[in-house]
Ligand binder design. Structure first.
Ligand SMILES: Nc1nc2c(c(=O)[nH]1)N[C@H]1C(S)=C(S)[C@@H](COP(=O)(O)O)O[C@H]1N2
Ligand SMILES: [Mo]
Length: 235
């Protein structure tokens, strides 16, 4: 039985399963970034004092495991990944809320990676029970291809929300602002919620309508991310 048949019933609209878990993060088409020895996740934005979280700090918090598929907006899905780390909700309650600047309501959270990738989620979506700051995948520490040393994992949203190599969490009083000007930005305009079961694939066009455009991106992304891989791909 093919994995498409085995998983057909639980696939979100317009998604197809892939074998294994390819590296699809291709920000700026570079190999994965080097992680500084003193790496920490900075918490900034609408906070009264910025906080720096090392892996030792994360280790003090209760752990959570999330078993889920990861759905790239281009249309492929990696099936049955087992992530382990700390729920973002836990980090929010324990670390962020005590220092939150309450002079204006915080509505969004931005997650930035060491490679410059940045995702912006509503605070409500980020606080969903299955959103994790993951440090382990399938029982092993994250490798460079999949976001070492820690990444966001938000399985109910398209993959671009799941920022790898997480280096900064920014509390915000607004979402993404400004109108995209470059043609590429307008073609690939991100939906502010990006929920996979609602097929929120695009900011202003119906998800179904943009499926073929996004699908065209799969071969070039595969090529670029394979070129940038840190580990050797299997033959
Ligand atoms: N830092 C960083 N995070 C990222 C990306 C990236 O390029 N850089 N790509 C995003 C996209 S579009 C997807 S689909 C997933 C893919 O995760 P993977 O590279 O572990 O397969 O990572 C997301 N997180
Ligand atoms: Mo993606």
């Amino acid at each position: 039985m093919s994995i498409a048949t085995r998983h057909g019933l639980r696939m979100p609209p317009g998604q197809r399963p892939v074998e294994g878990f390819p590296r699809f993060g291709t920000h700026l088409h570079h190999p994965p970034p080097e992680v500084p020895v003193d790496h920490a996740i900075e918490v900034g934005g609408a906070v009264t004092v910025s906080v720096s979280m090392t892996s030792a700090d994360l280790a003090q918090l209760p752990r959570r495991e999330v078993r889920a598929d990861l759905h790239c907006v281009a249309g492929w899905s990696a099936i049955d990944l087992r992530w382990e780390g700390v729920a973002f909700e836990t980090v929010y309650r324990e670390v962020i809320e005590p220092v939150l600047d309450r002079s204006a309501p915080v509505t969004h959270v931005a997650f930035a990676g060491l490679d410059g990738h940045r995702s912006v989620a509503t605070l409500e979506d980020a606080l969903a029970a299955n959103v994790l700051i993951a440090e382990n995948l399938d029982g092993r520490p994250l490798d460079a291809d999949h976001g070492a040393p820690a990444r966001l994992v938000s399985p109910s949203q398209y993959g671009f929300m799941s920022t790898k190599h997480l280096s900064r969490i920014e509390m915000r009083t607004a979402g993404r602002t400004g109108v995209p000007r470059a043609l590429a930005d307008r073609l690939l305009e991100e939906h502010p919620r990006a929920r996979v079961w609602e097929e929120e694939r695009h900011g202003s066009l119906p998800g179904r309508a943009v499926r073929p455009i996004y699908r065209l991106l799969i071969p070039p992304i595969r090529y670029l991310s394979a070129r940038g891989r840190r580990s050797t791909p299997p033959e």
